[in-house]
Design a protein around this ligand. Sequence first.
Ligand SMILES: [Ca+2]
Length: 272
Amino acid sequence: MNRKIFYFAAVFVLFAVLQTCSFAAINGNIEKNGIGDYNQVIDSSNGKPIDEADVTLPSKGYKTKTDSQGRFSLGAKVDAPTIMSVQKDGYKPFSLTVDGNTTSKPIVVGIEKTNPHDIIIDKEMYHIGDDNYSATSANASEFRVKAIGPFYTKNFEIKSLPPSADAYLVIGSVIGIDTKMARDMGQSKVKTTYAAPPQIFFNGNMIAELNLNGDNQQIKIPKNLIRYNDTNQLTIKSGKNLFQTAYIDYDDIELMNLFIETKDKSLISSEE
Ligand SMILES: [Ca+2]
């Protein structure tokens, strides 16, 4: 296979803007076939096709599986940015925000095997907010999942982590954030208002604010907040529309794939 592959992950990756935490280098998971003629899921470590992977567009209710060559087709037309999910047992849950531009050419997705210390918190898509949003909100046309309310929360166990590693919360994909920064970046078309950013809490402590939509946003979890061999709690609160004073209007967002990855500190510093 002499196919010419180039990386374009960085185009889609927009980092969370954090107050106190530093970033890890991002995984270059998405590869695009410069010549190819079909969408494909491959193992990022060896390039081998992955069959029977689940490929979905949750907001469109579209589901398919890859064939024996890892190939798949997107049966739904995609215009506005939409979250595409790829899941396969033994691999990290993967998602990518696609739009008409992305899907006009074949997409080759490289997925990574899970590591022993990875913790998958949630592989579902959630709509956080109140189902009251403007048609010009970032990605409003793609909202199909009913809102669960203004916050998401989940308890999960952490047994142990390697002492030489840092833990990162990874948010696979998020769309719909209407902050001032998202508006200034052209992600939101809402002209007259904007919302406070969604806030991420770990065991009751705010560890980050999400100002932008995007894939694979990584947030370092302060080690002193982690409870080992015990239950930990992740909460994501939607921000309020800062220009609506007559009633509380929560920013409506959709997110998918929440997990914790560990990265060896020495590896991270060499990547930076
Ligand atoms: Ca709202």
